[in-house]
Design a protein around this ligand. Structure first.
Ligand code: ARG
Length: 473
């Protein structure tokens, strides 16, 4: 039995949970990050209460002045949260009431922490989704710059991590720009999902006070008001959306990181990481390790875990609010923080790395990567594709045995292998030509990649324009 702190519900209780359970039940250490959202939401609520005649204008003024002061203090690091407070909502309301008295005690009229936390989390989610969308755009800018600066570099393209067909390095880099373009769209969707105003739902059923919910939505920059108070206080889909967008984005970054790690090995040597993005070894003096790319790859596990964890937290919850939902924020914050840092690290890493065009070109000569083109060449001379595949397959087997490659063959050797090979078989296996022939929309020929780059730039411009509208609001 403890009879220490007076709680917001002390009227009904004779005893309170002890210190251990208070700590167990508290979310302040996690949710204090939403202090700015909490204060914004409370000011909007107080102004609306005054407009509707529920509280006096003097009380609303006192609340706004008190909250603005708390806002400044927290922002400037002059505010000490009291660890005895259960969560950010109670912490701020308690200090406000201590400072402005009865007016502060009127703030919670027609409101519950259930709709208050939904509001704060939505505001926070919108803010961070826009920030992540911005970081995605920044990485896309870097990728487009690197693609454009290395427009002519030919490299091996792989399937099964076996050399397949030569491609332009810019084509490979743009593939990641498109993944990130879709990540942007997912993040924008998450922003839009959070853009619904829940306040006025109160505990679960709405309230007896004549609230103007549309006014609060308008003040806080929401496009609409939630239509069902019960759904409104138990819905965390918008958080799932942002964490899902994070998880997919982090998986993309992990794939990119994996390529950079591989490419910076001595065996590949396709890129060289800047010293600033590398670390050494405490024992092996020669080492230069791509630690930060590895960390981006490694942190993917936790972001995927955050998504799983949030889904499982919500599974099986009956309507409406349940305390389980307090567990939602830690994972969401972690996913958002991790992706934000990873995007930033990747942008810097790619912006500063050296592209070793010669190593990529040399790598393109091996692996018989012109074999498909040689078979296509035979098809052009009337041979059925399956037969052409066989002829070229045999040629590859022979060359492999004698440790030679397709580009080593002379016209006479081609003719000796099959009478269907004319002197122009040499062009068929020229690596630059192999690339240049793939003029399909989305293919790897220079003009196709140039067209693709224009599309990627247009997509970037459109997304930047959307970002302008949300950061301005
Ligand atoms: N700290 C709580 C949370 O994060 C706020 C809502 C608490 N509501 C309640 N009825 N206990 O979910």
């Amino acid at each position: 039995m403890t009879d220490d702190a007076k709680t917001a519900w002390s009227g009904r209780f004779e005893r309170t949970p002890g210190k251990f359970l208070q700590d167990f039940g508290a979310s302040l250490p996690v949710d204090k990050r939403m202090w700015a959202e909490d204060i914004r939401g409370s000011i909007a609520h107080a102004r609306m209460l005054a407009k509707q005649g529920v509280i006096s204008t003097e009380d609303a003024d006192a609340i706004e002045t008190g909250l603005s002061e708390i806002y400044r203090e927290i922002r400037d690091g002059e505010f000490e949260f009291n660890v005895a407070d259960e969560d950010v909502h109670m912490a701020i309301e308690r200090v406000l009431t201590e400072r402005v008295g009865a007016a502060g005690a009127r703030l919670h009229t027609g409101r519950s922490r259930n709709d208050q936390v939904a509001l704060d989390t939505r505001l926070y989610s919108k803010h961070r989704a826009a920030e992540l969308a911005n970081a995605i755009v920044a990485l896309r800018r870097v990728l487009l710059r690197v693609a454009e600066a290395n427009a002519d570099v030919v490299m091996p393209g792989y399937t099964h991590l076996q050399k397949a067909q030569p491609v332009l390095f810019s084509h490979h880099v743009l593939a990641y720009a498109w993944m990130l373009t879709r990540d942007f769209t997912r993040m924008r969707h998450a922003w839009e999902a959070a853009d619904v105003m829940p306040l006025g739902s109160a505990a679960l059923a709405g309230t007896t006070f004549p609230l103007d919910r549309a006014y609060v939505a308008e003040r806080l920059g929401f496009s609409e008001v939630s239509p069902n108070s019960m759904d409104s206080v138990s819905d965390r889909d918008f958080l799932l959306d942002v964490v899902y967008a994070c998880a997919v984005c982090q998986v993309h970054l992990s794939r990119l990181a994996e390529e950079l790690i591989l490419w910076s090995t001595e065996e590949f040597g396709f890129v060289t990481m800047d010293d600033e993005y590398s670390t050494g070894s405490s024992i092996m003096p020669q080492k230069k390790n791509p630690d930060f790319a590895e960390l981006v790859r490694g942190k993917t596990g936790r972001v995927v875990g955050d998504l799983t964890s949030l889904l499982v937290t919500l599974k099986g919850l009956p309507l409406a609010y349940n305390k389980d939902m307090q567990e939602d924020k830690e994972q969401a914050f972690d996913a958002i923080d991790t992706v934000a840092d990873s995007l930033r690290a990747m942008a810097g890493m790619i912006d500063t790395m050296r592209v070793n065009a010669e190593a990529m070109r040399a790598g393109s000569l091996g692996g018989f990567m012109a074999a498909t083109d040689l078979a296509d060449y035979l098809v052009g001379r009337g041979m059925p594709f399956r037969q052409a595949h066989e002829v070229v397959g045999k040629l590859v087997l022979e060359l492999e045995r004698s440790d030679r490659t397709l580009q080593d063959l002379t016209a006479a050797e081609f003719a000796a292998h099959s009478s269907d090979f004319g002197p122009d078989a040499l062009d068929a296996v020229d690596i630059e030509e192999v690339v240049a022939r793939r003029t399909t929309e989305g293919g790897t020929a220079h003009e196709s990649v140039a067209a693709q780059l224009r599309l990627a730039k247009d997509a970037l411009t459109a997304d930047e324009a959307w970002l302008e509208t949300v950061t301005a609001s």
